[in-house]
Each structure stands twice: as C-alpha cells, then as structure tokens.
Design a protein around this ligand. Structure first.
Ligand code: MN
Ligand code: MN
Length: 467
C-alpha cells in the first residue's frame, strides 16, 4: 500500500503540473527585490498618465543611460543605444547587438495608451448655470466607473498663434480637479432599471468644470464666459484652440499600495504601462546583447492600433528597414528572423466574478508572468496564435532562468475577448507571443497588479534580451 502510494506520488511528480502558491515559488530575495523594484514604478505612473508623458519620461531615463536620438544619417556599431520617437507618442529603444540584426531582432512591444475620457474638439458649454466639457471616451470602459471620481486634465494645446502648451491640471492637491456627476439613488429608479450598458451613455460623460458667472447684469452664458476668461488668463487660450488640442481626462489619484501586506499596487493605467515600464527598465539595463534588441512603445492599442502612432503604422517597418540597411541587409529578412514578446496584461482571475473565467486556463495574481498563446474572441478570431516552437523557446527560457510564470487565456471561450499588438507584429512575419502581468479590474480607473508579477515581467524581458 505504502509503496503503491509512493509510486503514485513519484508519477505525479514526474508527469503533472505542480500546484503551488506563486509567492512560495519565488525566493524571499525575489519578493524583496520586487517590493524595491516597484517603488520607482509607482512614482513613474504618477507622472506618466498619458502616452505623451510616458514617452517623454522614458526618453529622460534613456538619455541618463546613454541612449541617443536616432539619426538615419549616422552609422551605428554594436553596443550603441538609440531611441526613435514617432510624433511624441510612440518610441523604439534599441541597443545594437554584438552580432547586429542579421539573425533577427529581439523585441518587447508594449503600449503606453490607456482607456480615458477625451475632450471633444468643441467641448465647452453651459447648462442651467453650470459649465461642462463634452467628451468622447477612449478605449473600452465601463462608463459608470468614471463618474464621481476626481479627474485631472492632461494634454496638449496648440494655440492660435502656434505656441505649444502642455497641460497637467488636477494632480496636486492645491489644484482643482474635475468630475462627471451621477444621479442620487433617491431619484435613480429609472436609471437603476436600465442595463449597465444603458445606465450611462457616451453623451452623459460630461465633465463639470465650473459654476460661477462672470459678473455682469447683461448677457447669457456667463458661467461659460467666466471659465473661458480663467483659461485665457492662465493659459492664453481662446475657445477655438480646443480644436487644435489633445486633451484627456484621467483619474486624478496616485498609485498606492494595496492590502495589509502591501503586496499589490492600485493605480490608473497599469494596462499597459506595467509592461511598458518593465520592458523599458529591461532594455535600459541591457549592456551588450548578442542580437540587436528593441523595446517598442506603441500608442492607440486601446482603439485598435490604427493611426500613424499605432502598431499598424508603417513607422515601425520603416525603422527596421533603416536598421537593417545599416548592415547592408533587407528589413524583411531581419523581420522574418525576429522574435517578439508582445508585452501586455491579461485578466487576473477574480474570485468574486469567478463564473466568467475558466479556472485552469486563467492567470492569477502573484503567480508570475502570464504567457498568453492567443487572445481574440470566438473561434480564435482576430489574434495571432503563437506556434508550439516559439512557446517552447519562451518556456525553456523562463524555466532556465527560474522565472515564475503561468499560462493565461482571456476568460471563458465565447465569454468575450480582446486583443493586443501581437497580431500586427506577427503579420510582419515575426514570431510573437503575448507575455505580461495579470491585472485585476482591468480598464477601470484604478487597476490592481501584484508587485511580484511586475518584477517577474522585468526579469523576463531582461532575460529575453540577454539570452
Ligand atoms: Mn493592453
Ligand atoms: Mn487594454
């Protein structure tokens, strides 16, 4: 009986996936390192809430590490570190490898845009003595989550005279912030009977920005006029300047530790700044890789990667062609041999909403980086399905490096779906798989990740670049 039992244990040990709490799989040192690694990440998040801010801050850090702006006239040699900015909203950090790019490039591609509330081109109006801004939400949001929370205004305005104005208002406590109102429960009988989709419409997401009129006995829209007067005094803008602007409302709160054990971080924009940050840190710490390595920070992922700063833009292909050309080879030959970790988050299993997940193939907080073989929806539509060969390569790399990892799928089959930049890079004939950090409350104004998982993502990108 005893020997049979031990035989059973032996077979289990040999054949089955071991179940163990992710934190217990990590060394105590790794957990300590994770806590330390995440302090500057939290700070970074507070200062980089939009794609432009993320790119700007990344360039500052890259310069400190010896990166120089790319110039297509220059000739680059192994060990050179360059950054290529596309319109201030996407960026490629590159370290030229000892063997260059002839055997392909190793890339980590993340996106730096997050769901938010954009201001319309003609936003300002007054209604019943209150002033508002009309908005158009950006990305997949549950609208009700964005009401009755403090919002900060971020963005850029090009004024009538051509001067550039960068705006950040509402982040510090001595500044005003903004808000979308909601109905009191007492009068919400009709609203509460609507589906969550219809309880709030896109046109209901109006931002409250003021209530005091300009002092005058004559005239209409005096609250609006007073707001415009304040804006003109502070920024020198006039109403038509909203047209040449990209203004975004984002949650005004700061990133915070979550839990008595401080094991998690709550913040706006983990999707996908958590993977962007870790992929940036990995390349900044990468000194002399064998193959050329790149961290790609893309914009517009949340709305389908379209546009000239999104991952579908030719900017990326052109840049690869230029880098290849330096070595006298063709960009397409480099891409064909290249490998990419599409660095994006996945939905962490949430016990409160367990029914939408398939527990065996979901990812879990604290269980390390999550490899997602495919995303998409329905019968694997709209995704790149990573090959067995590439999955093996990544799995072997993670196992060899003692990195804690797990697999993930985005919820139950036919339960919904989503995508990443993976398929757009795969379409260039690159080997790609999604790998990133599990997130709770994804796309909410306040998302949650685990510190250990953040650190495991950093370790993975570093290992990928250096192996
Ligand atoms: Mn994402
Ligand atoms: Mn997303």
């Amino acid at each position: 009986m005893n020997s049979e039992k031990s035989k059973c244990e032996e077979l289990k040990e040999k054949l089955l996936i071991k179940k163990k709490n992710g934190t217990l799989k990590m060394s105590e040192q790794d957990v300590t390192n994770a806590d330390e690694f995440c302090e500057p990440y939290k700070e970074f998040l507070n200062k980089a809430k939009t794609e432009r801010e993320f790119i700007k801050r990344t360039i500052e850090l890259a310069k400190e590490k010896g990166f120089e702006e790319y110039n297509c006239e220059n000739k680059y040699k192994p060990g050179d570190k360059i950054y290529y900015i596309n319109r201030g909203k996407s960026l490629v950090l590159t370290v030229i490898g000892r063997k260059g790019c002839k055997d392909g490039i190793k890339m980590a591609a993340a996106h730096v845009d997050s769901p938010r509330i954009d201001i319309k081109p003609r936003p300002l109006y007054e209604s019943n003595d209150l002033a508002f801004l009309k908005t158009h939400y950006y990305g997949g949001i549950k609208k009700y989550q964005w009401t009755t929370i403090p919002l900060a205004l971020h963005g850029k305005v090009i004024k009538k005279d051509g001067t550039n104005l960068n705006v950040v208002l509402g982040e510090s406590e001595d500044e005003p912030c903004f808000c979308i109102t909601d109905l009191l429960p007492h009068l919400a009988k009709e609203q509460m009977n609507k589906t969550m989709l219809k309880g709030f419409t896109g046109e209901d997401l109006n931002i409250l920005i003021g209530s005091r009129p300009f002092r005058s006995d004559e005239g209409s829209e005096l609250v609006k006029l007073n707001i415009m007067k304040i804006l003109n005094e502070k920024y020198g803008i006039i109403e038509s300047d909203f047209l040449s602007a990209e203004l975004e409302m984002v949650p005004a709160f700061k990133s915070r530790d979550i839990g008595f054990d401080k094991s998690m971080i709550g913040a706006y924009g983990h999707d996908d700044k958590v993977c962007a940050y870790t992929a940036v840190m990995a390349i900044l710490d990468c000194e002399s890789p064998e193959q050329t390595v790149m961290t790609i920070l893309a914009d517009k992922e949340e709305i389908g990667s379209d546009g000239n700063t999104g991952m579908k833009s030719a900017f990326f292909r052109y840049f690869i062609a230029d880098i290849a050309n330096q070595e006298g080879i063709k960009g397409r030959h480099v891409l064909t041999k290249s490998k990419c970790l599409s660095a994006d988050v996945n939905a962490a299993f949430d016990p409160t909403y367990a029914t939408v997940y398939e527990p065996m193939n979901s990812c879990y907080i604290n269980n390390g980086v999550v490899i997602t073989k495919y995303t998409g929806s329905g019968g694997k539509y709209d995704t790149s399905d990573a090959s067995a060969e590439f999955m093996f390569e990544i799995r072997r790399m993670l196992e060899d490096a003692n990195i804690v990892w797990q697999t993930g799928e985005l919820g139950k089959v036919d339960g919904g779906g989503g995508g990443t930049v993976a398929k757009f890079i795969a379409n260039l004939n690159v080997d790609v798989v999604d790998l990133g950090v599990p997130v709770l409350s994804m796309h909410a104004p306040f998302e949650i990740v685990s510190k250990s998982d953040v650190y495991m993502a950093y370790k993975t990108f570093r290992k990928f670049f250096e192996s």
